[in-house]
Ligand binder design. Structure first.
Ligand code: KIV
Ligand code: ZN
Length: 522
């Protein structure tokens, strides 16, 4: 009998904390649906206390999912209440609460005297806060996870003490994060074995691990922990997450599958859904998967040298330890074009993992036709980027009706824009240092606003000369920021779309008057 390893996916929480990766509610809902198809055991859907949009996303995912849905909360009552508000519609809710346990974190994050004057006093306070948080969470639901933040650098005796205490208070999973990605595989494995042997009630909870990739060791550390008694592994699609990211789900799962000769573990992951999930996450977050990334990179199954190609033709196993089909890499790519109908588009999007309501299909089809007119052949990656663009739209969106640019080596760049918004039309022209500057100035004039762009970038989102360009614009207004994303085969148009999307989100924010202080948007 194989032993089951629980796969806890944190793409929508830690993954979303990747710089520049914020996802909107609809995108999170789509990713959660795909994670369910992938067969993850737990979806960590967000951190509800951190913003109303986070809370809404967890709520929407909870309401429709049959998978265990976890919500993160600091070890304080208000966070736990916010998590419960978001989770209460879930069939299988899990409250995940955490507090720092390493001396370095305690000294830095709990410096105030109210936590105690000496390190020892502070440790006592933290232990009490952890136990109180678990006990409070337990009044809402039975499935409680506790995480000892920076456990990788925590004193083993104290880690064992706090683990025993939270299990006694009702924690059903205790997570041991290597928050800073500092540990070494054999060292981390020993830590897990040592913890399990020190904690008398460890058998009453699942021991989980959550490894960061600062030294590129997150997957190795996670596997070593499994060999030493951990039975839940926390990871993210494409390994996205804080700084260098989290352990990558696809690498852990495929390592366990391909090297099943070395252990007795299995996961419930439908590995054929891996590639689709990876592409969806990349499309929505805008974080490109590096070409040589294991399992899901563009080159993971390509063979360049003649010797390799020859070997592959004779026997694929010569240079491949798994098949591309086993992780769902499509054999052939179906190309759509301007003659493709709405049904064809819907079917292709469904094959790529997207579920669209009729109204959404209408607007996606309109954009698809605009792109197909310019690009002739529309590939799967174009569709993924298009979906990322469409799902990011605010409901109060400004619509770019018209854009005309005049630019060249011997002329002053000039832009004219026409923008529609709730039956009104705004039209203006402006000159600028370059065509994008002229375009942004024209938008600002048309909408009567001062320049608000704090960050701007443009990249090629798909391959080839006819690639879709993707522009990202961040605007800041006091302590609030709004991100807009635009795509087009024309990067100036993509930039204009990104800017007006960010402005639409800003408008929506102030109309709803939501008291947020963190980034939101695409
Ligand atoms: O890295 C970490 O310690 C975390 C915890 C909140 C689980 O993300
Ligand atoms: Zn983390």
């Amino acid at each position: 009998m194989k032993e089951n390893i629980l796969v806890f996916d944190t793409t929508l929480r830690d993954g979303e904390q990747s710089p520049g990766a914020s996802l909107n509610v609809q995108e999170k809902v789509e990713i959660a649906r795909q994670l369910e198809k992938l067969g993850v055991d737990i979806i960590e859907a967000g951190f509800p206390a951190s913003s109303p949009l986070q809370l809404e996303a967890v709520q929407r995912i909870s309401d429709e999912s049959g998978t265990v849905i976890a919500a993160l909360s600091r070890a304080v009552e208000n966070d736990i209440k916010a998590s419960w508000t978001a989770l209460k519609g879930a069939k299988k809710p899990r409250i995940h609460t955490f507090i720092s346990t390493s001396d370095i974190h305690i000294a830095g994050k709990f410096a105030g005297d109210r936590y105690g004057r000496t390190l020892e006093e502070k440790r006592r306070t933290i232990l009490k806060m952890a136990v109180d948080a678990v006990a409070f969470a337990k009044t809402f639901t039975s499935d409680i996870e506790f995480s000892a933040e920076d456990a990788g650098r925590t004193d083993p005796g104290y880690l064992a003490e706090i683990t025993e205490a939270v299990i006694s208070a009702g924690a059903t999973t205790v997570n041991i994060p290597d928050t800073t990605g500092y540990t070494w595989p054999s060292e981390f494995g020993r830590k897990i074995a040592d913890l399990i042997s020190r904690v008398p009630n460890s058998g009453n909870a699942i021991i989980s691990v959550h490894c960061h990739n600062d030294l590129g060791l997150a997957v190795a550390n996670s596997l070593s922990a499994l060999e030493n008694g951990a039975r839940q592994v926390e990871c993210s699609i494409n390994g996205i997450g804080e700084r260098a990211g989290n352990a990558s789900l696809e690498e852990i799962v495929m390592a366990l599958k391909v090297r099943s000769d070395l252990h007795n573990f299995q996961t419930g992951i439908v590995t054929e859904e891996i590639y689709r999930t990876s592409r969806m996450v990349s499309g929505f977050t805008g974080i490109i998967v590096q070409p040589n990334k294991a399992i899901v990179g563009e080159n993971a199954f390509s063979h360049e040298s003649g010797i390799h190609q020859d070997g592959m033709l004779k026997n694929r196993q010569t240079y491949e330890v798994m098949t591309p089909e086993s992780v769902g890499v499509p054999k052939t790519s179906i190309v759509l074009g301007r003659h493709s109908g709405k049904h064809g588009l819907k079917a292709r999007l469904e094959a790529l993992g997207y579920t669209l309501a009729d109204a959404e299909l209408e607007s996606v089809y309109r954009r698809f036709m605009e792109i197909a007119d310019k690009k002739k052949e529309v590939y799967d990656d174009d569709l993924r980027v298009l979906m990322g663009d469409e799902l990011g739209k605010p409901s109060t969106a400004f619509v770019l009706d018209y854009l005309h640019i005049n630019s060249g080596t011997a002329s002053i760049p000039t832009a004219t824009v026409r923008i529609r918004h709730r039956e009104k039309v705004f039209e203006e022209s402006a000159t600028g240092d370059g065509p994008i500057d002229a375009c942004f100035r024209a938008i600002e004039r048309a909408l009567g606003i001062e320049s608000m762009v704090s960050t701007y970038s443009v990249r090629s989102a798909t391959a080839g000369r006819e690639a879709l360009g993707e522009a990202l614009v961040r605007i800041s207004d006091g302590s609030v920021s709004f991100n807009g994303r635009g795509i087009s085969t024309d990067i100036i148009e993509a930039s204009a779309r990104a800017y007006i999307q960010a402005l639409g989100l800003r408008l929506e924010h102030f109309e709803n008057n939501t008291p947020e202080t963190i980034d939101h948007g695409v």
